[in-house]
Design a protein around this ligand. Structure first.
Ligand code: SOE
Length: 380
């Protein structure tokens, strides 16, 4: 594999996660990093051994030797950053949700396709080995016809009105917070696994804290939990803390899910159950190597991730033998493996979430908002 060069736009929680996962590929060098201030960019570059730091992303996009960029900024900057990178001819990986409107997502997809560039939206949670095994079980017909999907994506890191992050502010995040941040993962994964599109939604959203106390100074994702209450400004909040959505999948299947950033004790609980006419499956991110398979007439099963027991196409997402846990960091590595294989060789398969998935996600989020606002079912 020829060595590739990449760069990061953004230095928060995702900056660290992407850096680790990129480096584990072994043939992709991170040559530059950009942040909104030179101080943040330089501090990140120094602590991660990245040669160039800048507060001007356009200087990164102008580098002709660069193969790809990772857009890891607050959501509202995804569109201008990704667009500039694509127009400069770079392959782009962008964090989710892809943009803040579906019109922006459609424009990015069009530019990327016209320029024949690789494009990826970071729905990494598809890439747990056990989750991929469920995908292949469904394709093999093991589940039968899909009837019911249900689940949640629940976290607790924004429980108190003193908890803060840029996602709270619609200007940086977009209109939907819990739905955009983690509901987007839930909907993406369920459609990926069932092979069925969400065709209608009926949503209810709640903002429990109508005002929050914003610390003076920036707060990295999840780190608010360890801050001391010191110097705060009270600010009104319009983005939701909780959402509940009834869904139709395809013509026949039905389901429901909740999203929350205020469920005490649930740290990052992405969980779903899929029931088919032959059997059911259940999975939770808090125990990612376990797969529950439910039967009507024989005992239920729990299988532990072991590549030798998984469908071979799912085993390709496991780099360690059975009993050696693979988790959140590894899912990013699995996305990057496939994305960079395509960057290196444009004839490689597109087996990673693309901007087309990101556009679909944005359309769904807009329908969720429309449904919650109109208090009615909305077709997608
Ligand atoms: C913050 O809620 C967050 O980091 C999300 O942005 C991720 O997508 C999710 O996987 C974990 O939580």
């Amino acid at each position: 594999m020829r060595r590739l060069k990449t760069a990061l736009i953004g230095t928060g929680f995702m900056g660290k996660v992407h850096t680790d996962a990129i480096r584990r590929l072994g043939y992709v060098d991170i040559v530059a990093v950009a942040a909104s201030t030179i101080g943040e960019a330089q501090a990140f570059a120094d602590s991660h051994g990245i040669p160039t730091a800048t507060d001007d992303a356009s200087t990164i996009f102008a580098d002709p030797s660069l193969d790809a960029v990772h857009i890891l900024t607050p959501n509202a900057l995804h569109f201008p950053m990704a667009k500039a990178a694509l127009l400069a001819g770079k392959n782009v990986i962008c964090e989710k949700p892809l943009t803040v409107t579906s019109a922006e997502a459609a424009e990015l997809l069009e530019i990327a396709e016209n320029k024949k560039l690789a494009h990826c939206v970071e729905h990494n949670l598809r890439c747990y080995p056990v989750v991929q095994h469920i995908r292949r079980m469904r394709e093999n017909g093991d589940l039968g016809d899909i009837l019911i999907v249900q689940g949640t994506y629940s976290q607790d890191w924004l429980l108190y009105d003193t908890d803060w992050n840029w996602r709270v502010e619609a200007s940086a995040n977009g209109a939907l917070r819990a739905m955009g941040d983690v509901g987007s993962h839930w909907m993406d994964t369920i459609q990926h696994l069932t092979g069925l599109p969400i065709t209608a939604v009926c949503a209810d959203l709640q903002t429990f804290h109508k005002t929050r106390k914003r610390p003076k100074g920036s707060v990295e994702t999840f780190s608010g939990k360890t801050l001391q209450p010191t110097d705060y400004t009270s600010v009104p909040v319009t983005t939701e803390d909780f959402g509940a959505v009834l869904v139709h999948l395809g013509d026949r299947a039905r389901g429901a899910f909740t999203v929350s950033q205020m469920s005490a004790g649930r740290k990052n609980n992405f969980a779903f159950e899929i029931f088919g006419s032959k059997c059911g499956v259940a999975w939770s991110q808090e125990r990612p190597d376990e797969l529950w398979i439910g039967h009507r007439n024989t005992p239920n099963q729990v299988i532990i991730k072991d590549p030798s027991l998984l469908d071979p196409r799912a085993a390709a997402y496991a780099d360690l033998p059975g009993g050696h846990g693979e988790g959140y960091d590894d899912t990013h590595k699995q996305v990057f493996k496939r994305f960079y294989a395509r960057v290196a060789d444009p004839s490689a398969p597109v087996d990673y979430p693309t901007f087309a998935d990101g556009l679909l996600g944005m359309r769904l989020l807009e329908k969720v908002l429309e449904s919650a606002t109109s208090r009615s079912w909305v077709n997608v």
